[in-house]
Design a binder for this molecule. Sequence first.
Ligand SMILES: *[C@@H]1O[C@H](CO)[C@@H](O)[C@H](O)[C@H]1NC(C)=O
Ligand SMILES: *[C@@H]1O[C@H](CO)[C@@H](O)[C@H](O)[C@H]1NC(C)=O
Length: 826
Amino acid sequence: MGRITERRGRTLFLFLASLFCSALSEHIRYSIPEEMAKGSVVGNLAKDLGLEVRDLPARKLRVSAEREYFRVSKESGDLLVNDRIDREEICGKKPVCALEFETVAENPLNFFRITVVIEDVNDNPPRFSRNVIDLEISEIALPGATFALESPQDPDVGVNSLLQYFLSPDSHFSLLPKENPDGSKYAELVLEKTLDREKQSTYHLILTAVDGGVPVRSGTVEIGINVTDANDNWPVFSQEVYRVSLRENLPVGSSVLQVTATDQDEGNNSEITYSIRTVETLKHLFRLDAKSGEISTQGVLDFEKGEGYTIGVEAKDGGGHTAHCKIQIEILDENDNAPEVTFASVSNHIPEDSMPGTVVALIKTVDPDSGVNGEVFCRVGDNVPFKISSSTNNLYKLVTDGALDREETSEYNITIIATDKGNPPLSTSKILTLLITDVNDNPPVFLQPSYVVYVPENNPSGASISSVSATDLDLEGNGRVSYSIVNSDLEPLQLSSYVSVNSHSGHIFAQRSFDYEQIRTFELTLQAQDAGSPALNANVTVRVFIVDSNDNAPNILYPALGPDRSALFDMVPRSAEPGYLITKVVAVDADSGHNAWLAYRVLQATDPGLFSLGLRTGEVRSARALTDRDAVRHRLLVSVQDGGQPPLSATVVLHLVFADSLQEALPEMREEDPAASDSQSELQFYLVIALALISVLFLTTVMLAIALRLRRSSNPPILKCFQVDLCSNTGPNVPANYSEGTLPYSYNLCAASEVGKVEYNFLKLTGEMAPLQDLLSNDPSMVLSTSDENKKVISDLVISSHVSFFNAFFMLIFYISYLVLKIRTV
Ligand SMILES: *[C@@H]1O[C@H](CO)[C@@H](O)[C@H](O)[C@H]1NC(C)=O
Ligand SMILES: *[C@@H]1O[C@H](CO)[C@@H](O)[C@H](O)[C@H]1NC(C)=O
């Protein structure tokens, strides 16, 4: 600019100088296009100035200018282009561009003004300042919106700079040409249609500017359009409903599924956060990652608590737009529950006689699992007589399956096993303890099928002789056994006096001292009975054997004993041969066996060699023939000993007289031993006294009886019977045994005052006593006479046909005297 001002000042000076110094100076004008090559001829200046070519060296024509775009050729005087001439550089946008300068000539010095007009040549295309024009257009911009575009610069002037614009074809955009007030043209971009960033986010257009020169020059610029996002899109889930099936009991934290929502916007507008829009409880089970949309479990899933869930999920973009989807979660059942067994109704005990099929308990099973996992079957453990009977709706009956026996098994632990049909199956077992109660189904049983008891005779009365025992398997009263005697081969009255049984202990007691010689055996039937209802019993036989002991001495029956325990005499004919059976000692022993096995021995003999005695037979025989030298009388002391332990014995003295007739023997017999006659006379003395006493007593009794009878003859008959049991320890069944010191008969005195009939049965001898009776009647010492008055009284009485009163009377007297004797000898 400074330069232009300077030049302008110089030009002004030149103009004034020309005005004042020389009016001769001529104004020469040339016109050339710009950008001519160096040396190009603008015009022949010399000629135009009127100078001769030959004058030129003298005149020294030259260009006077600050910048020498031109020079003058010294040879031809042509004005030549000396430098590049760019109109746009020299004149800019000036419509007319002229270079004015002076040429100076010397000799004479003269100025010449020269104007060279530089004509524009279209040498510049329109030029944009940038290669790319970036535009940002929001996708929500409305059609019709305009966007100013930068105008290109074209340094040329005139038509060379007159611009036209062209846009590459695009349906969304068009170009609107506009004119500045200075006439220059520019263009605006017009939006023809709405944009959608999500469809096309950028556009690339080419803007071409064309000038009006010849040849045409153009400039292009690229218009890059970036469609900016607006939150015009809602998030969209990939599925409206997500379905997923999960096994129950998944580990906590397991991934369930991932929801995805997309938002076609960008940036913040497409940033999606997820959240669960459901009831709070589900939030305990599931957790949603807000960023990734992944759902995972947060608690334990239990099919039994929930078979499925629906979760609402919301997706929200940064601009606040939301979308929703649903997640349907189905829980698949696993066999994770064992069946439960409950007893709906239980009886803890049943009687042992319950029929098979008796219901013991009602059982209920519950399995919360579904399908086959929840199907349950029930059974009973092995080896018990119980079974499950029916099954409806998981209800079962436990019933007995067979006979029960408390005595065998009193308690059952019944295992009830419930199993489901899952895979693997789960099962539960429960134990039911069932007591079997007692029923009186067992009779008492004796330990032995029968009992045999041996009791030594003379046992102490009241002592236990044996015991029986029975067991009863039942309980308590049903098993409490008591004993009793129900039967025996003894007469009922006898029985109680013989034995008794302790009802609790079963001990059998002898009620008396047994005598083998009276009873050898008897049988009892004992009953054991329990206390059940009804009671059961068992019988057993007890046979009691009385064991003999040697308590009876041999009793010598023959020869009959005299008062001095010697036989009277036996007569032996003098002509007896050796071995002649003189007599036989006959003895019996009430005992039995060895206790009664008798041995006869001679203890003393006047002539031991004369007689022999059979050890077992008791036969006395002559050992040799008699001679006249032998004494007439012989005395043999014979002992009879039994085989008992210790042995008992009896002795007898045999008097043997050798005589051929009784008359011959009698004198011998009267010659008694002095000791014997002593005792004989003593006995006679006592007998007389006793006889007298008895006679008085008897008479008195008879008198009294008669008196009583006479006095009461008008009264009703009264039976009066008194029994004198002379032998107190003799039972009713008196066997044919003798016991020392007792006489085995009873003395019955019955006074009956029936009409006209009185019977006195003083003595009744049983058949077995005939020998004694004979013995007594044969005994000469017992020959007694009865007084007349006695005979009279007796004849008044009605005497029993069997036994004469006399006999009875003598027997009584004999008996008393015998007693007296015995007392005396003791
Ligand atoms: C039954 O079970 C109980 C308790 O476990 C036990 O005491 C008893 O002996 C069992 N009974 C049987 C018969 O097994
Ligand atoms: C035992 O004997 C009694 C009486 O004779 C009888 O009633 C009962 O039936 C018997 N008991 C048995 C088991 O035979």
